[in-house]
Design a protein around this ligand. Structure first.
Ligand code: ISE
Length: 335
């Protein structure tokens, strides 16, 4: 069977998903597109042989949409996810699942009432070969048990203007999720340390920031988030274990020597660094839908967990305090 995917929002990430589905993902086709910027949707629809619609509801309810990909602005993800749940359609919802833990909770409650899992959250780093290899290092034969995790997350330029609280909900949410996944346990406290800001940081905001968390078993997780790093896009993760360390550097870039210079290119955007992760995530999603096997990526519960951590991190940022993180009781659907 071919899964006909309808995409809500064809900005940068929605377009990248559409092209990946059309070019690289077996068992799927892009059937319907929606964007507030209608000409943009029309242009891409023409290129892909898809059609476009004028409302989100028309896309979700369309007979030629078997599954929905939500790539609307962050603040609309929860609303669109609820509409897709109401229509009983499976979805890949871009991260974050919601802005605000109450909104994430509402989505989880709706999925629980529906009675089966419909949502995969687009925390694509779980499919990145670099992170997958890093997780595999945490064995008795590898680096042993993780004790401290050092993360670096830098954007070339603040993607949506710079607001420190959005750095936490849009950017560092990746680390909230991937560190939970790497460690296999929840995060229990968070502190946010603003330091000296870079020259491009607007007044009243902080960039870079340092976020320090602790996990259930006490592992320290430290994250440098820098929105306006200027030199390129870079994500690193270094784990100190009780019998060694494992480092995921800046990707698998080729070192080129020409004109008496040796070096490697740095991607400008995450779409370059995580191209494999995005493709593998989509393929896993489509294959699961086609075969009826369980969804492999982050669940709505994982999306809620990241939203709760983001909210507590905002509180920690505002108050300068270390804030405890408590998750609600996990529903059976996610066990
Ligand atoms: C962006 O929205 C993403 O999701 C990227 O993966 C992330 O690295 C970037 O910081 C975000 O702004």
């Amino acid at each position: 069977m071919t899964i006909r995917v309808g995409i809500i929002g064809v900005g940068n990430i929605g377009t990248a998903h559409a092209l990946n589905l059309a070019r690289f993902v077996a068992g799927s086709t892009v059937s319907v597109l929606y964007d507030v910027d209608q000409p943009r949707a029309v242009l891409l629809a023409d290129e892909l042989g898809a059609r476009h619609v004028n409302t989100v509801a028309a896309l979700i309810e369309a007979d030629d949409v078997d599954a929905v990909l939500i790539a609307s602005p962050d603040s609309m993800h929860a609303e669109h996810a609820m509409e897709a749940i109401a229509a009983g359609k499976p979805m890949l919802c871009e991260k974050p699942l919601a802005v605000g833990d109450a909104n994430a909770r509402a989505v989880v409650d709706a999925e629980v009432s529906h009675g089966s899992r419909l949502i995969q959250v687009g925390f694509m780093r779980r499919f990145d070969p670099g992170y997958v290899s890093l997780k595999a290092e945490m064995t008795p034969a590898g680096i042993g048990e993780a004790l401290i995790v050092h993360n670096v997350h830098r954007n070339t330029a603040a993607p949506y203007g710079l607001r420190t609280e959005q750095t936490l909900t849009n950017m560092v949410t990746h680390e909230f999720d991937i560190n939970r996944w790497l460690l296999g346990e929840d995060l229990t406290s968070v502190m946010v340390l603003p330091g000296k800001s870079g020259s491009l940081t607007p007044k009243g905001e902080q960039d870079p920031i340092l976020v320090i968390l602790q996990s259930e078993s006490g592992v320290l997780v430290e994250i440098e988030a820098f929105c306006n790093a200027r030199y390129g896009y870079e994500v690193q993760c270094r784990i100190t274990g009780d019998r060694g360390q494992a480092v995921m550097g800046d990707g698998t870039w080729v070192t080129r020597s020409t004109d008496f210079i040796r070096g490697s290119q740095i991607p400008e955007l995450w779409l370059g660094r995580f191209q494999d992760a995005y493709r593998l995530q989509l393929q896993a999603w489509v294959t699961a839908l086609n075969t009826g096997s369980p969804l492999l990526g982050a669940s709505a519960w994982d999306g809620l967990a990241a939203a709760v951590v983001s909210d507590r991190a905002i509180e920690a940022y505002r108050t300068g305090e270390r804030v405890n993180i408590d998750l609600p009781l996990k529903p059976d659907l996610y066990r």
